[in-house]
Each structure stands twice: as C-alpha cells, then as structure tokens.
Ligand binder design. Structure first.
Ligand code: F0G
Length: 460
C-alpha cells in the first residue's frame, strides 16, 4: 500500500469548528493579518506547527497518572534519563521545558561575543539565541537546498567544503561547536545522511570542534536514512538513531516534536565542564536538575513518547501522511518544495504568487488567503521570518526562499482532513490571481514574525 492507513484508532475526540468567511475576514483584520494572532478555536485545520501539537497515546496519558511530583529525585526523572541515554547515549541529560531553553543554556554558557556557530540551517529560535550572545549563526547547508526543484534524498546535508573553508577563515578557536539540525526544518524538513554526519564529524574532529545535534525531528530523519541510504534498509530505526548520535558530542532537543509531547525538551552533553556550568544556570532559571522546568508527569510522558516515536509502523504512517498531502498538491500543479519533507509540505510562494513582489510578503499573503478562504492555518517561512534590514540602506535583504509551511501535527488529523487541505489549496491555486500583497505596519526588534502586523494592499 503506497499510503498506509493510520496505525492507531481514536479513543478521545476534540471537536473542531467551521467558521464563516465573514468571521474569518474579521478575525484576520483584528489579528493584523498575522496568523499567530488568530485564536486557535477559529481555525479548522491547524497546520501552524508540528511542535507541541501531537496527540499523546493511551500509554502516555496513563503515564501522567504515575507522575511523581517530588521536588528532587522524582522516579520519572530516572525513567526519563534511562530512556534518553538508551537512544542518545550522552553522559549528561539536562531536562528543560522546551528546546529553546536547551539552546539558551548551552549558548549562554559556551558562546562569547564574536564567536561563530556553523549549522546546516539554524531554526529561527536557534539563530536568535546565537545572536542574542552577539555570536554569528552561519548556515552552511549544501547549495542545492535553496533550489526548490532539486530532488536529492538528503537535501539537509552540510556543505563540507564550505564548513572547512569557514573554519580556516574564522579560526578554530572562534567556533566552540558546530551544529547539525535533523531534519533541516528551515530548509524544508529535509534529512541529513549518516554519511554526511560521519564526514562532518571527521572534519570537525581534525580541528577539535565538538558537534551538537539539534535533534527535534531525529526519528523522522532516521526513518529517511532507513528508506533512502544504502546499507540501512535492514537496520532498526532505533539502531540508526544510536549510531547517528554516537557521532555527536551532545544535542539540544525539543521533545515537542519527536518526543510526542505537548511540552518538554532536554540537553544532552558529554562535556563534563559544560554540563556542570549549565546545571548551575538551570537551577537559576528553570528549576532543580531532576525536573528542569517540567512536572514529574511531563517527564514520564516524554520518556514514553521517545520510545513510541521509534515505532516503525508509526513512522511509516507519519512520513506517508505528509507525502500524501505533498503528492496530491503536486498532482494538481501546485508549486511545492521538493522532495517532500518529513514533518511538513512547503508551498513555494514565489511560484504560487508570481505577481506579488518579495517586498509585499507573498508567503504571508498566501497564509492569509488560506485562512480566509478555507480556515486552514499555515506559517510563513520567508521574508517576514528571515528578512533582514541592511544596516546602511535600510532596505530589506530577502531570504532565498518564500515558503508557506504546512506542518502536520503527529497523530492528530485523519487522511480525510488532509485531503480537504489538498483540495482547498488546489482550488486556491486555480484562482491565485485574486490574492493581493501586504504591507507591514509593525515589527518587533527580534523574531518579528510572531507579533508583526500587516495591512492588505489593493489587488493588482
Ligand atoms: N530547533 C528546531 C529545528 C525547531 O524546529 C524548533 C522549534 C526549535 C529548535 C525550538 O524548540 O519550540 O521547543 O523551543 N520549532 C517549532 C516549529 C516552533 O514550529 O518549527 P522549542
């Protein structure tokens, strides 16, 4: 079967509401045409993010009742650490309430102003956390990653030539660690191959630079390795994960993705000194080291989620569901980023709306149209999220890609709801000429996409 059906049945349902076009029009106006500011209750199919939006299993919900809420040494902490160590293998496991806190603790402890962090592509909060330390976040993914038509099995790979050239140019001592994001979210949810990870590690080892994974979607990345990388067809995904993490010196992790939980994260490290300094900081800003900003029950749900996410029937369904949406859109001629990623389908707004220039935020305009017409919420990954102002001219420097990400929450929507999304977007594509651009009327100094406000321009 090309698209396997759901390997679970539904025990609890959460009603979703259809709204009228007039209501959505009003909500958009009130939200300043920013979908982050629209109440979730008024969204029909919510593809804003796959983060923290998973449906937990019966075993996870049961685990919540086994939460031990002791301040120190909760039994769930020991279970959680044992599970994480059995998959990730790092010596020190530091729980945090979500991924960006793991990033913040690592970066605020290790980075100094003027330092540099290479990555395939930094996610927005990762970049912002690096820059917050007055360090530089460098995106060194292979150049094909920026070509939405180029179909490569591992389009998230690090460009090793550029990485070595960067180390030589900036000096090994200004690079305290390098990162690899699996899967590469900002580049289309594309996986990184084991071969590339191994070679990145070898290169970094020659220069004495540690490798830290951003492991949010590690299980999806490992499933792609099993599907696509010669030599891994017969390897269990958990063993692929163990091998992959063995090439790293640590990881930041948002368990809100492949931990299958609504909240939670952690930092894994082999470096004793970093772990010690970070633990001290953790006590200051998150909580005692055996709970790190979470309840005991959250740690239990996370431990169980990390085991469930490696179930291969689950992963096969997961990756196929995303692919199902992508292939329906592709068949209807809708321009999408290829190949289809692990957690999301990315609409190519430059080709969807060629009549809207980049400084009128075509990808944002597409998110507005999707919500107004069909109650579907996606997220802009383009100029609003990654555009930068040139310090001299004040003009905007646009990112290479203008995308709308349709992120699929894990185990939440049925394939019929996904079909609705595909049919809606295909219809919108047929009348794309009616969609107008936007002008930005407010922006915050950092991470502006969360709070920016816009007005609609008259149709061309
Ligand atoms: N790294 C990556 C690759 C991410 O995708 C995210 C979050 C984070 C780090 C930060 O984790 O949210 O737990 O603090 N991505 C979400 C998204 C928000 O929608 O892609 P967090």
């Amino acid at each position: 079967m090309k698209f396997p059906s759901e390997p679970f049945k539904i025990k609890v349902v959460e009603p979703i509401r259809r709204t009228s076009r007039e209501e959505r029009e009003r909500l958009l106006r009130e939200a300043g045409y920013n979908l982050f500011r629209v109440p979730a209750e008024s969204v029909y199919v919510d593809l804003l993010t796959d983060s923290g939006t998973s449906a937990m299993s019966d075993a996870q919900w049961a685990g919540l009742m086994l939460g031990d809420e002791s301040y120190a040494g909760s039994k769930n902490y020991y279970h959680f650490t044992a599970v994480v160590q059995s998959i990730f293998g790092y010596r020190h496991i530091i729980p945090t309430h979500q991924g960006r806190m793991a990033e913040n603790l690592l970066f605020s402890t290790v980075l100094k102003p003027g330092m540099h962090v290479p990555n395939n592509i930094h996610f927005d909060t990762t970049r912002a956390n690096v820059e917050h330390q007055q360090a530089e976040a460098l995106d060194l993914v292979i150049k094909e990653a920026y070509d939405p038509h180029c179909e490569l099995p591992f389009k998230g790979n690090m460009d090793l030539v550029r990485l070595e050239e960067t180390i030589n140019r900036l000096g090994r001592h200004s690079i305290p660690f390098a990162m690899i994001t699996i899967t590469n979210n900002s580049g289309g949810g594309q996986p990184v191959s084991m071969e590339n990870i191994k070679r990145t590690k070898e290169l970094l080892t020659r220069y004495g630079i540690p490798l830290i994974f951003d492991g949010c979607r590690f299980a999806e990345n490992c499933f792609f390795i099993k599907e696509r990388e010669p030599g891994y067809e017969g390897t269990a995904v958990i063993d692929i994960a163990r091998e992959l993490f063995s090439y790293g010196d640590g990881c930041t992790m948002s368990a809100k993705k492949d931990g299958l939980v609504n909240i939670g994260g952690f930092l894994g490290l082999n470096n004793e000194r970093w772990a010690q300094d970070i633990t001290n900081m953790l006590i200051l800003v998150e909580g005692f080291p055996t709970y790190g900003g979470l309840a005991g029950r959250d740690l239990e749900a996370m431990a169980r989620g990390l085991e469930e996410v490696l179930d291969e029937d689950y992963l096969r369904f997961r990756i196929s569901q995303v692919r199902y949406l992508g292939e329906l859109l592709d068949a209807a001629g809708v321009p999408i980023l290829k190949p289809i990623g692990g957690h999301a389908v990315y609409l190519n707004a430059k080709e969807f709306l060629p009549h809207i220039p980049a400084d009128q935020y075509p990808a944002q305009a597409l998110t507005v149209a999707l919500y107004r017409e069909y109650g579907i919420r996606g997220v802009e990954i383009g100029t609003v999220m990654f555009g930068k102002r040139d310090a001299l001219t004040g003009r905007t420097i646009h990112p290479e890609l203008e995308l709308v990400r349709l992120a699929i929450p894990r185990r939440v929507y049925t394939n019929m709801q996904i079909t609705y999304v595909a049919e809606s977007i295909s219809e919108l594509y047929r009348r794309r000429d009616s969609i107008a651009g936007l002008t930005m009327t407010y922006e915050a100094p950092m991470l502006r996409h969360f709070t920016a406000r816009f007005e609609e321009l008259p149709p061309l």
